[in-house]
Design a binder for this molecule. Structure first.
Ligand code: ATP
Ligand code: HSE
Length: 304
């Protein structure tokens, strides 16, 4: 997260008066993340995370709230949405849709080990298996048509070399675009969306990109972030994550055949998305940008 929307102490006191969660003791903006504004809030009854959605409306967030409940019911460590005195999870604050969740223990890792990658493979497989048959209303917005559209919007700022690279990659992706096993995907399982406490997985966060999509795309997104050391792919970590994943959900033959295609697609998606995010740079108190070129380098390694 970042903090784009400022919340005053008075606003927060008023906001919490609509819940049975105690009185606010302190609060602080969270600098991690890029999309929404987030605050840690300590009250007399516990620790919470307040999210103000910068672009999403109640209609967009509501399915995520329901999903979080489903996952919590299935023993996944995810933040539990809190309800106000009338049983409503979503409220308005500073003209934004606002959600309060319980704060989970643990911190995000900067340098994951093989063991951490193993745990991520297992947790991702748990997510995919416990949502089999779960109907999530949003289709994956990052299909090849939207990637092409995004690319077209970025063309003016790309070098000829990068234009060719993306053009060729899109052509490659189109040639290998066949039906794959689908389901609920997190779609953003980066290191900063997972917590570990004393070496053990303690929480999966940020389901705001969740959608119905190709399960293998989700695995590829996670691998590109968890299994690269300073931008260099670590095959041992990939093997650890994949083998743990397959203990719970073995890949189908069609997925095994398309593995490198998906790794490339996931890298392309985040390279382009980070470029677009830079263009839309908003002002705020704590604003985080991530390096688009990191994913260009990952894409080129997967192509080799
Ligand atoms: N329930 C929670 N418990 C503990 N920490 C949390 C919780 N929710 C969020 N955080 C912290 O806030 C950070 C940012 O949250 P999140 O990733 O949801 O924000 P975002 O703006 O949607 O980010 P992104 O750019 O990844 O989409 C996390 O990395 C984590 O450190
Ligand atoms: N996790 C994404 C940002 C949110 O989609 C990235 O690192 O580019």
């Amino acid at each position: 997260m970042s903090v784009y929307t400022h919340v005053t102490r008075t606003q927060l006191d008023d906001f919490f008066s609509h819940y049975h969660l105690g009185a606010v003791i302190s609060y602080t903006g969270i600098k991690e993340g890029m999309v929404n504004s987030n605050y840690f809030v300590t009250t007399t009854q516990g620790e919470f995370v307040l999210t103000l959605f910068e672009d999403m409306t109640d209609i967009d967030v509501d399915p995520v709230v329901k999903l979080l409940r489903h996952l919590a019911d299935n023993q996944l460590c995810v933040p539990c949405p809190q309800h106000d005195r009338h049983g409503q999870p979503l409220k308005r604050l500073n003209h934004k849709t606002a959600l309060l969740c319980q704060r989970l223990v643990g911190t995000a890792l900067i340098t994951p080990t093989l063991e951490h990658c193993t745990q991520i493979g297992l947790q991702l497989a748990k997510l995919h298996t416990c949502t089999q048959g779960y109907l999530f209303p949003t289709q994956n917005p990052n299909n090849l048509t939207s990637l092409k559209r995004l690319f077209d919007s970025l063309v003016p700022q790309l070098s000829n070399e990068d234009k060719n690279l993306v053009d060729n990659e899109l052509a490659f992706q189109n040639q290998h675009n066949i039906a794959m096993p689908m389901g609920l995907i997190h779609a953003d399982l980066f290191r900063d969306n997972v917590l570990f406490e004393s070496g053990q997985f303690s929480g999966m966060l940020d389901f705001y990109s969740a959608c119905h999509g190709e399960l293998l795309f989700d695995v590829a997104i996670a691998v590109n972030d968890w299994c690269c050391d300073d931008g260099v792919i670590n095959p041992e970590k990939i093997a650890a994550l994949l083998s743990a994943y397959q203990c719970k959900r073995p890949l189908e033959v069609v997925e095994q055949q398309r593995w490198s295609v998906m790794l490339r697609r996931a890298a392309l998606r985040f390279w382009l998305a980070r470029l677009a995010h830079q263009n839309r740079a908003r002002t705020g108190e704590l604003v985080q940008q991530k390096d688009p070129l990191a994913f260009r380098r990952i894409l080129v390694q997967h192509q080799a």
